[in-house]
Design a binder for this molecule. Structure first.
Ligand code: GLA
Length: 422
């Protein structure tokens, strides 16, 4: 195809893409503006027209923590914060990625036609893992492609920026033809991404983050049964309630061993209980096995069975419009994560304590740490009419207490990973 013919084709795609984005019923104005900035940056950096956009949200988990790898239930939602990939084919056999936050550094190049290995820069391993996962299943894009990456998901904030990177790459591969030879389900894309996290980032994570980013829907929480991998959407449409996410700005590295050790301890507990799945274990059975367990294994086991039960109750409470009960369950979840599972940290506890001290003043129903822990974010359920004042006061009291400036924002459940434009 001549250069001019290529430009015309790509312009046609571009116009259709812009049209779809500006009329997209599920994307917020904030996200549309993020995409529009990314489209311009693509042109500036690659000196050509973009063809398509792939985007994936971060997530916040409302309840059900550290039990996705225990066959439990989790109740996360996709947040209105996205990683956006703007892409167009190139004439090489590589995926060439430029990240907006790393301008000036060399583009990352990932070959499309061979097995891949862990390499540098480290952040690109999430991408390599997904490309390799597709390659190993015989799914290769039609050609290499260029990608410009823009994000407003806080990095290291416990809001699954890594799952968003993986899911956005899966959709970038899709729009560049990698799925043309076989149909790939939402679940399969999420599982390839989870596998990438295991093999290329060294984190033996469960399925929650990738599933939340993949299955997210506007105004819906995703109740995930991590044993059957079924997803049930639970409406969160009460405008009088808001979800506030508070990033402590204390960062965590889940591959530093603490996450893997927690997972190992739950496996030890289940082995002592001699049950095939945590879903078949009651609190009474854990208590009855106390003598056979060391103290740590016992505490971890108490958390797992308690959190599975709390999550089921929380989903029911929400369906019955009982937000007070939902809030109480969030508080118990935090205590269990702090005292029995020991994955909180002083900054998370401070953020939760302050939020709960402001309960009467602003109508805070519940608050807890969210995600892997050891830093990252908290999530609070708050009366919408007070949400701005709550955010201001939480922010200034946290700063006074810790000397750290937090990042606090409200988000409603948002739409999941997708591609636009081809
Ligand atoms: C991290 C992992 C998830 C999950 C949470 C804790 O986010 O990636 O799979 O285990 O921690 O609930």
């Amino acid at each position: 195809m001549s250069y001019f013919a290529k430009v015309r084709v790509s312009l046609k795609y571009m116009m259709a893409t812009i049209d779809t984005i500006s009329n997209h019923p599920q994307l917020s104005e904030q996200t549309k503006s993020l995409i529009s900035t990314a489209l311009n940056s693509f042109e500036e950096n690659f000196s050509k027209e973009p063809c398509a956009v792939a985007l994936a949200p971060g997530r916040v988990n409302l309840i059900g923590e550290h039990i996705d790898y225990c066959d439990g239930f989790v109740l996360p939602m996709a947040i209105d914060r996205y990683i956006v990939f703007v892409t167009a084919p190139n004439d090489d056999n590589v995926i060439r990625c430029i990240d907006a936050s790393l301008l000036g550094e060399p583009a990352v190049e990932i070959p499309i036609d061979c097995d891949l290995e862990i390499s540098t820069p480290k952040w690109a391993n999430y991408l390599r893992g997904v490309v390799d996962g597709y390659f190993k299943k015989g799914m290769v894009p039609k050609s290499g492609f260029d990608v410009f990456i823009t994000s407003n998901v806080p990095k290291g904030g416990g809001l699954s920026s890594s799952a968003a990177l993986e899911m956005a790459m899966a959709f970038a591969l899709k729009v560049n033809g990698a799925e043309d030879s076989q149909s790939v389900s939402t679940e399969q894309r999420a599982l390839i991404s989870q596998h990438a996290e295991h093999t290329f980032a060294g984190v033996p994570c469960g399925i929650m983050d990738q599933f939340a980013s993949a299955f997210g829907q506007k105004d819906q929480l995703t109740l995930i049964d991590c044993r059957s991998q079924d997803v049930e959407l639970v409406p969160f449409t009460d405008e009088s309630l808001s979800i506030v996410i508070a990033n402590t700005n204390v960062s965590h590295e889940l591959n530093d061993g603490e996450y893997a050790s927690r997972r190992q301890q739950t496996e030890d507990g289940l082995r002592i209980l001699a049950k095939p799945s945590w879903r078949d274990v009651s609190l009474d059975e854990v208590v009855a096995s106390k003598e056979q367990m060391d103290e740590l294994t016992y505490k971890r086991s108490v958390h797992v069975v308690g959190e599975i039960s709390r999550t089921i109750q929380a989903a029911e409470a929400l369906k019955a419009n009982n937000s007070k009960k939902f809030g109480e369950l969030m508080k118990s979840s935090h205590k269990s994560l702090r005292d029995d599972f020991e994955v909180s940290c002083p900054e998370l506890d401070t953020m939760v304590d302050i939020a709960l001290e402001l309960a009467d003043k602003y109508g805070v129903l519940g608050s807890r740490m969210t995600g892997g822990g050891f830093g990252g974010s908290t999530v609070s359920l708050v009366a919408s009419q007070n949400v701005d004042s709550f955010i201001d006061e939480l922010s200034s009291l946290y700063q006074q207490a810790t000397g750290i400036t937090p990042e606090i924002f409200a988000s409603r459940p948002a739409t999941g990973a997708q591609a636009i434009g081809m």
